[in-house]
Write a protein that binds this ligand. Sequence first.
Ligand SMILES: Cc1cc2nc3c(=O)[nH]c(=O)nc-3n(C[C@H](O)[C@H](O)[C@H](O)COP(=O)(O)OP(=O)(O)OC[C@H]3O[C@@H](n4cnc5c(N)ncnc54)[C@H](O)[C@@H]3O)c2cc1C
Length: 138
Amino acid sequence: MAILQSSDPIIIIGAGMAGLAAAERLRASGFHPLVLEASDGIGGRVRSDRANGVVELGAEFIHGARAATWEVLKRANLKTRPYEVDDATPRRFSYGGALQPVDWALANQIEAYVARGEQYAGPDISLTEWFEQIAPAR
Ligand SMILES: Cc1cc2nc3c(=O)[nH]c(=O)nc-3n(C[C@H](O)[C@H](O)[C@H](O)COP(=O)(O)OP(=O)(O)OC[C@H]3O[C@@H](n4cnc5c(N)ncnc54)[C@H](O)[C@@H]3O)c2cc1C
C-alpha cells in the first residue's frame, strides 16, 4: 500500500464543511492540500445573507452535544446561542410559495423526537435512520 508523503499533491473538491474539515485535518498532519471551489464563496450549504440583518439560507443549527461542530467553534472562539422553542411566539414556514402557520401539535411531536435524539448513545446514523427507528411509518 502506498503511503502519502507530505509533499504529495492533494486536491480537495469543494469548500463546504466536509472539504474544509478535510483540509484542516490534512494541514494538521503536515500536508498542503489545495481546495478547489466552484462557487464564489466558501461554506457550501452554510450560507448567510447579510444584506438586511442576517438571514440564514442554509445550515444554522448545531444538533446535539456530540456534534463535531462544537470543537471547531471552540477553536475559532465563535459564539452560539440556544434556540428556544416557545409556543407563544408566532412562527411561519414557507410551503408552496406561501407562508403557513406552524402546526404546533406536529412541531411539539418533532421536538419530543429531537429531545430523545439528544439521549441517543448508539453508533453514528443519519437523521432518516433515526426517525425510522423511533417512528416507523404506519
Ligand atoms: C436549508 C438548509 C438548512 C440546513 N440546516 C442545517 C442545520 O441547521 N444544521 C446542520 O447541521 N446542517 C444543516 N443543513 C445541512 C448542512 O448544510 C450540510 O450537511 C453541510 O453543509 C454539507 O456540507 P458538505 O461540505 O458535505 O457539502 P456542501 O455544503 O454542499 O459543499 C459542497 C461544496 O462543493 C462545491 N462543489 C461541488 N461540486 C464541485 C466541483 N465539481 N468543483 C468545485 N467545487 C464543487 C459546492 O459549490 C459547495 O461549496 C442544512 C442544509 C440546508 C440546505
